[in-house]
Design a protein around this ligand. Structure first.
Ligand SMILES: *Cc1c(COP(=O)(O)O)cnc(C)c1O
Length: 380
């Protein structure tokens, strides 16, 4: 039996060759590929600067450290995300505030964000859920009015556009974070990146990525060639050249990935259109998404379908699917901070109805027909 997850990497011969070339070269890490990947991301997104790191979670962490978020600061994010979008705020001692989602897009509702802004709010972390951009113009307006930073969590959204600009261009934000985990649209195995147009933030991110240690030709002359100095309490969040080489190769394939993903999503929409029990998120006019997820929405409660039995049925037919997401505030850790059921009703209703269909480039038309038929059988 063929097994389908909700996402998987697409690796071709060029990807393999790119990694092998590094493996046989002088540098496995801290070589030329890291810089080359960063430049390629700048070129693709239109951002001025890029810092690649070991994964998306560390990219989020560094963004919070670079903005000097700390105790007494509040940061607003969405409950409909992977825990890391909120955890990065907790890492630096900040207070997590959630803004409920819009039911049509499952993205952060701007009206809810407005309600959550206080004198202590320092930043907003919008998540471009499933690949669809949040309403960045409205978020930026709030940020400008209230003096807030914006860090876009674009872990789902490399390749997506917002009002004709690439996500990652930072036209509406201070920094944008990407993840290159194997289930994401392009992959380096594990990996992440931060883009920014702010030189001061860029310099800071570079320092923080590598222990806070600085080294420069000036120092060679002044103190000797061995000299380097630790200026801040940094980390080792570096990406290897092996990963960066894969990233460069994958980025070249992104437009092809975008087309394929778009086609698969359209097929699901068409094939499920004959059954009114299965619905999908709406895409706003300002968005041209490179979809990372294709959530199917089923009102299990109203239809009196047992979701657990439904998922068991799919599992037995080879569909090992996931739900994106259990709202972050309902995880035991966040409950222990005082959050509870009922706090963000739209995210909770969304959670009760969603299940992510398989969405990856190597799915064939036959696979998609099998998946849709299995789904419809499981519903009956
Ligand atoms: C995948 C993901 C992350 C974390 O990225 P990693 O590279 O796995 O650390 C953060 N936020 C969202 C929304 C994600 O989907």
């Amino acid at each position: 039996m063929k097994i389908y997850g909700y996402g998987r990497q697409s690796i071709n011969q060029e990807d393999v060759d790119a990694v092998l070339e590094v493996l046989r070269s002088d540098f496995l890490t801290r070589g030329p590929k890291v810089h080359e990947f960063e430049n390629a991301i700048c070129e693709y997104t239109g951002a001025r600067y890029c810092v690649v790191v070991s994964n998306g979670t560390m990219a989020l962490h560094l963004s919070m450290v670079a903005l000097e978020i700390g105790q007494n600061d509040e940061v607003i994010t969405t409950p409909n995300t992977f825990a890391a979008s909120a955890n990065c705020i907790s890492y630096v001692g900040g207070t997590v505030r959630f803004a409920d989602v819009d039911s049509e897009t499952a993205n952060m509702d701007v009206g809810e964000v407005k309600k959550r802004v206080s004198v202590k709010t320092k930043a907003i972390v919008p998540v471009h859920f499933a690949g669809q951009s949040c309403d960045m113009e409205s978020l930026r307006e709030i940020a400008l009015q209230r003096g807030l930073f914006i860090v876009e969590d674009a872990s789902h959204a490399i390749g997506s556009d917002y009002r004709g600009t690439k996500i990652g261009s930072c036209k509406y934000s201070d920094m944008t974070v990407f993840s290159f985990h194997a289930v994401k649209t392009i992959t380096t195995g594990e990996g992440g990146a931060i883009t920014t147009n702010n030189e001061r933030l860029y310099e800071k991110l570079l320092l923080l990525r590598s222990h806070g240690i600085a080294k420069s030709p000036d120092m060679d002359v002044k103190y000797g060639r061995w000299y380097c100095e630790m200026r801040e309490l940094g980390f080792n969040y570096r990406m290897t050249d092996l990963q960066a080489a894969l990233g460069i190769s994958q980025l070249k394939r992104l437009e092809e990935f975008k087309k394929k993903r778009h086609r698969i999503v359209s097929m699901y929409h068409d094939l499920f259109s004959r059954d009114s029990r299965v619905a999908f998120l709406k895409e706003k006019d300002f968005s041209c998404a490179c979809f990372h997820l294709c959530p199917a929405l089923i009102n299990f409660k109203e239809l009196a379908i047992d979701k657990r039995k439904f998922v068991d049925h799919l599992f037995d037919a080879g569909l090992r699917l996931q739900v994106h997401y259990m709202p972050v505030h309902l995880h035991p850790y966040y409950r222990s901070l005082g959050f509870k059921e009922g706090d963000y009703p739209n995210a909770e209703i969304y959670y009760s109805q969603t299940i992510s269909l398989p969405l990856y480039c190597d799915l064939s038309d036959n696979d998609i027909h099998y998946i849709v038929n299995t789904f419809l059988t499981a519903l009956n």
